[in-house]
Design a protein around this ligand. Structure first.
Ligand code: ADP
Ligand code: ZN
Ligand code: ZN
Length: 802
């Protein structure tokens, strides 16, 4: 029996399965989807069996065999193997990367280097001997930390020791010990009779067991409540009346109790949308719906009802939400409706918790998963519905290889299971809305707020004018007045800062120098709590300088508006205000998001201040004012999607105000209020923005009119980086048609990260059947040749930012 295995060898130029012999004792266990360890080169690596055959081209004396089978049940289904093939083609990644992406990180292999002693310990150099007194194989790390690597190297050369790489199996299953009563009553009766009357306690215990045939109990419970002591339990086990079993325990990622919710009476619009979706479900037809509903229109209720329909059909549902910050409130709403049938998957869970949730899905113990991007790979086998909430969010696209978009994966799985996909948003991606206009997606529209609350009033304040009239504060008079009013009325306020601390850099007021990171071409960010400058790209830290590194002026200080700076400004202007700040720094701890949001929900603060992470999902009745500190930051990004992203952000935050009984107000501060993205966000209707933005995309040949591919090349040597980028340009130019536009090579917008210089080429095309093949060839050249020369190249089809 031969297994075809995709091996975990990063950056191997050839991406194909390798044949391995299946040892006799594993023949009945190995199946497609099994995780195995196989010899590759001089070490054992992780691999996935993708098929099993009886034929191979490899001579039998050259054939290697599988070393270990890592799981008794295959971890990948046939569907996943098929999906991985598709993803490999679609995103031009290695098949191994596609396969790994489908598994929880606990199941991805970790490697450990170990040193194995091959001779009598006494023959080793004295400095090494101490390590091998107990075991013949020890971690390599020990030698690293004790600076014994040179001795080790010599010992390797003289074949006294060898270095081995060991695949570490991760994902420990947590379990709890229980006492299980024998399942056969007559057996228990027989034991009871056989036992002499002197063994009174045991006899009583068996009598109790006869009432609980086959059941499991915690040993502690038996001892404390039933008075069957530990020693009696042991005796019972010896008699065969019961046995100790390890029962699998799931780590519970839910931290709080949930009050159940019930289906609401749908509005007419909601009902129309739901009917269209359930009709396709009943017909078992794949169809992609774009559910375009303004904020507060009740899209979630439509999801909940459609999921209920899937459950009624005996099927499963996958719900994606953009990121962790949204998940506490969203998962609550799903758990409130479907209780224990819901699994969650997001980056806030520990590796073990994710693994537990994954296994619940794999075993069919839950039917619904709510999670971030990777939950799209939920190991369900009978999916009836897939949903992407806030479908325009860029977090659905993975930035590293495999560069898949969850939307594409959802549509693929929808085809596979012949079921609908719902893409929901108040501000759909331009691409999606264009597809809906063309009839590729089925458009469903919710124009009204579900509780018939009025939309909030939106006011845009021109910050330039504020400055002219002498207001140098970061709060315009309008915003300051509105905040004061809410504080008096005990209503709640959300203040939104576009991007975290991005603009609080340290600037010399004499010569204009901004402190940059030494490794990356980007200004460092000032952090008040640690009084340090940090680079958000490489994590490097520096103390805040007391004089300018260029001109030695003492007038160097931090500048701009990070969340921390706004927080202290709030305390200055509104000393009575209670503020909760939510940004990457205050939410690093596990559960911090949930805690901060809960506190705000319980009214423990008046103002919630934060970056984009607060823009979505918030639904608190007492929020009546939303302030956007500066709408412009994201408009200035060098990216063709800058206007779209700004519009989406402003609409999302505005949607947080007045969602319940109280009327909401939104104040947007801007230095460029005449920009159409800001003007149209104020109007709160999507279509005019869509049309305006489409005209601009058309004029400059950007998506959705054209497709784009971004190729980035980096190297430590700036000359080589530029040179290889030119080679990319040349290669593409030679092999693609002249319909294609190639922009570049240009320096990337951050031209250096971690001391690597970055150049990029952007390819724009409309129809280019050759494209994938040409790119594949280019990647092959890169893998076989350029990589050895220190070049790193990435190819991103349909990048979310450029
Ligand atoms: P969206 O996701 O479109 O922004 P939500 O689903 O959060 O909107 O709904 C907004 C509010 O309206 C929520 O508080 C929700 O409970 C409520 N809601 C939704 N549908 C209905 C309905 N049919 N009847 C009454 N209230 C509803
Ligand atoms: Zn200076
Ligand atoms: Zn850096």
């Amino acid at each position: 029996m031969i297994a075809q295995v995709i091996v975990d060898v990063a950056a191997y130029p050839v991406d194909r399965p390798f044949d391995y012999e299946v040892p006799k004792q594993m023949e009945s266990l190995i199946e497609p989807g099994s995780r195995v360890k196989v010899p590759f080169g001089h070490r054992d690596v992780l691999g996935f069996v993708i098929s099993v055959t009886e034929e191979t081209e490899i001579a039998s004396n050259k054939m290697k065999s599988i070393s270990t089978l890592l799981d008794l049940e295959p971890v990948l289904t046939e569907e996943m193997l098929e999906m991985a093939k598709w993803m490999t083609k679609q995103t031009l990644c290695y098949e191994i990367d596609a396969l790994q992406a489908m598994l929880p990180s606990a199941l991805r292999a970790k490697y450990e280097k170990q040193v194995e002693c091959l001779v009598e310990v006494s023959m080793l150099p004295p400095s090494l001997q101490a390590h091998f007194t107990k075991k013949m194989r020890v971690p390599y790390k020990l030698f690293e930390t004790e600076a014994l690597l040179l001795e080790l190297k010599k010992a390797v050369k003289s074949k006294q020791v060898q270095i081995v790489t060991v695949v570490k199996q991760q994902g420990r299953i947590k379990s709890i010990r229980k006492f299980e009563v024998h399942a056969d009553l007559t057996f228990l009766q027989q034991k009871h009779e056989e036992l002499s009357n002197r063994a009174r306690k045991q006899k009583q215990a068996i009598e109790w067991c006869m009432e609980h045939v086959g059941e499991r109990f915690l040993p502690q419970y038996l001892a404390d409540e039933i008075f069957i002591s530990a020693s009696v339990q042991k005796a019972l086990v010896e008699l065969g009346v019961g046995k100790f079993v390890e029962e699998e325990l799931y780590r519970d990622p839910f931290t709080q109790e949930i009050t159940p919710s019930y289906a609401l009476q749908l509005t007419d619009e909601q009902q129309v949308a739901l009917d269209a979706i359930t009709e396709k479900m009943n017909e078992q037809q794949p169809e992609t719906f774009l559910l375009h509903g303004i904020t507060g229109s009740g899209k979630t209720e439509v999801y909940l009802r459609a999921i209920q329909h899937a459950l009624d059909q005996g099927k499963e549902a996958v719900v994606l939400v953009p990121e962790i910050s949204l998940t506490p409130m969203m998962t609550e709403r799903f758990r409130a409706r479907f209780g224990e049938l819901v699994a969650v998957m997001h980056s806030g869970l520990s590796q073990g918790e994710k693994y537990d949730e994954w296994r619940k899905m794999q075993r069919g113990e839950v039917k619904v998963v709510v999670g971030a991007r990777s939950a799209i790979f939920a190991p369900f086998t009978n999916i009836g519905l897939l949903i992407l909430d806030e479908e325009h969010e860029t977090t659905y696209k993975q930035e590293d290889t495999p560069r898949y978009h969850a939307r594409d994966v959802a549509i693929w799985r929808g085809m596979h299971y012949q079921c609908p996909v719902i893409l929901g948003s108040a501000t759909p991606a331009l691409e999606s809305f264009a597809r809906a206009q063309k009839g590729v997606y089925h458009l469903l529209t919710l124009k009204q707020r579900a509780k018939t609350q009025a939309l909030p009033t939106v006011q845009v304040v021109d910050m330039r004018e504020e400055l002219h009239t002498g207001n140098r504060s970061m709060f315009s008079r309008a915003l300051a007045d509105a905040i004061r009013e809410r504080l008096e009325k005990k209503e709640q306020i959300v203040l939104f800062l576009n991007r975290r601390g991005f603009s609080s850099f340290v600037l010399c007021r004499d010569c204009g120098t901004v402190v940059q990171c030494d490794n990356c071409d980007i200004s460092m960010t000032y952090h008040r709590s640690s009084e340090k400058l940090k680079c958000h790209y490489c994590g490097d830290e520096k103390p805040v300088p007391t004089e300018c590194p260029e001109c030695q002026s003492e007038h160097i200080r931090f500048f701009g508006t990070g969340t921390q700076k706004i927080e202290s400004e709030i305390y200055k202007v509104f000393p009575e205000a209670r503020v909760i700040r939510m940004d990457v720094d205050t939410t690093r701890q596990k559960g911090a998001h949930e805690r901060l949001l809960n506190d705000f929900g319980e009214g423990k603060a008046d103002i919630l201040l934060g970056t984009q992470m607060i823009a979505k999902g918030l639904d608190f009745p007492r929020i009546t004012l939303v302030g956007v500190m500066s709408a412009d930051t994201s408009l200035r990004l060098p990216d063709f999607r800058a206007a779209e992203k700004t519009y989406q952000l402003l609409t999302q935050v505005s949607g947080r105000a007045g969602r319940h009984e109280l009327q909401g107000e939104v104040i947007i501060q801007s230095y460029e209020p005449e920009h159409y993205a800001i003007e149209l966000a104020k109007e709160q209707i999507f279509e005019p923005f869509y049309e305006q933005e489409m005209r601009i995309r058309h004029r400059f040949s950007y998506p959705p009119y054209y497709y784009v591919v971004l190729i980035q090349v980096s190297h430590e040597d700036v000359m080589l980086a530029a040179e290889y980028a030119s080679l990319v340009h040349e290669y593409i130019g030679q092999h693609l048609s002249n319909q294609v536009q190639i922009i570049g090579p240009t320096a990337a917008s951050i031209s250096r990260i971690q001391n690597r210089y970055r150049y990029q080429c952007l390819i724009k095309y409309k129809r280019e059947p050759q494209l994938h093949d040409v790119l594949k060839q280019l990647i092959k050249i890169y893998r076989t040749d350029w990589m050895k020369k220190g070049v790193l190249m990435t190819v991103d089809l349909d990048p979310t930012s450029i």
